[in-house]
Design a protein around this ligand. Structure first.
Ligand code: AMP
Length: 378
């Protein structure tokens, strides 16, 4: 990390690698606070590019673009884990970069991530690394069946994953993924899933957002319920484990830890080196939201108050809803305590995250009921 003096104050330019919805919400938060924002993303119509002061339309490994970004910005962060670690290292020659390349390199590859978690004593689902077809038999013996074969790199939202019951199915799935390195995971009987979004400063100060309870549909987050409906002792354990993961990684910035709950115990599923979909509830329900917190951590400002001001349910809006002329926004917007966030994406494809809405209600059960009714009414 460069020795740029901290804190970086409003008026400075901040950079972000990636122009998706997470980059867009970072850009909005940073501009609201008086920073200028430069986005690097090859897509000319990227959600974050639309909101930025400057949009550099180039690849993440483009040396000239990285030089331009690093030269113009006081600090640069990322909105996705698949940014080449080499780009973060290159940028760090010019300006402050957080999170650092080392942490990103661990979590952007499932095999490194799972091995790192196991080595550091964090419980995970049973897993085995698969580098070639010859590893499959031993891997299946390790995990049992059913199991999930997951590509080590570039999988997201349930993509690059296959459920396998037999050796033949595992072989077929491995071949379908193009013989690339994979992780085989035992299929866990989930009681629920929870996640913790947190921020950690250079000095090691940590602020955690309330634990979210997450429901997935087809491997994609559908609904987050906050506060999570789990025993306080389990929520406390999730917070301590998330914090321990951040400390062990020496992480600086906003990150998320997703957990499985099985047999009343927590297992770490995934680490995201960035704000997270399951933290979108913070936009309307917390004193500080996860994107303002990302700005604060990046700029070396004191971290904001993460207090929950109201129970909240977040619902993702996927492209599937566009099939018959588009969602019924009027029904949604008729409710005074529903907050709509759309990402400015032009093409609505099935499974594509187009936006989300937050339902706030002092009664958590009423918030969930209205959220489900609205999701179905859309
Ligand atoms: P991932 O992309 O690995 O986070 O997987 C997406 C979702 O699929 C998770 O949030 C779970 O709902 C489900 N899932 C993934 N891995 C497992 C597993 N080993 N056992 C049971 N469910 C899983």
């Amino acid at each position: 990390m460069s020795s740029k003096s901290l804190p970086i104050l409003p008026g400075a330019t901040l950079g972000i690698l990636g122009g998706g919805q997470l980059g867009r919400m970072f850009t909005i938060a940073a501009r609201t606070m008086g920073y200028k924002v430069m986005v690097l993303d090859p897509d000319a119509s990227s959600p974050a590019g639309q909101m930025a002061d400057v949009h550099l339309k180039a690849n993440y490994a483009d040396e000239a673009a990285l030089q331009q970004l690093g030269g113009a910005c006081a600090a640069v962060t990322t909105e996705f884990e698949n940014v080449p670690a080499a780009s973060l290292i290159a940028l760090a020659k010019y300006c402050r970069v957080s999170p650092g390349a080392e942490a990103v390199a661990i979590v952007q590859d499932r095999s490194h991530e799972k091995s790192w978690l196991a080595q550091n004593g964090f419980a995970t689902a049973p897993f085995a690394l698969v580098y070639g077809e010859g590893d499959l038999d031993e891997a299946l013996a390790e995990t049992g069946t059913p199991a999930l074969l997951k590509v080590a790199r570039f999988g997201y939202d349930g993509k690059g994953q296959a459920r396998v019951n037999t050796r033949e199915e595992a072989r077929a799935a491995f071949g379908e993924f193009g013989d690339q390195p994979c992780v085989l995971e035992g299929f866990v009987k989930l009681e629920s899933e929870v996640s913790v979004v947190l921020a950690r400063s250079d000095a090691g100060e940590c602020r955690l957002f309330p634990v979210a309870e997450n429901r997935h549909d087809n491997g994609i987050l559908d609904v987050s319920i906050v506060p999570a409906r789990v025993p306080e002792s389990l929520a406390g354990q999730a917070r301590s484990m998330a914090r321990a993961v951040a400390d062990k990684l020496g992480y600086v910035g906003v990150m998320a830890v997703e957990f499985f709950v099985a047999g009343g115990q927590l297992m770490v599923n995934e680490i995201a080196p960035r704000p997270h979909n399951s933290g979108h509830y913070t936009l309307d329900a917390c004193v500080t939201d996860q994107f303002e917190q990302q700005v604060r951590a990046l700029c070396g400002l004191p971290l904001g108050d993460t207090r929950l001001m109201s129970p909240v349910v977040m619902v993702n809006i996927l492209g599937d809803r566009w099939h018959d002329g588009g969602p019924h926004w009027d029904a949604l917007l008729a409710h005074p305590a529903i907050k709509l966030h759309l990402y400015g994406k032009e093409a609505a494809r099935p499974g594509r995250k187009m936006g989300h809405f937050n339902v706030l209600d002092a009664d958590p059960a009423a918030a969930l009921l209205l959220a489900e009714q609205m999701r179905d009414a859309l």
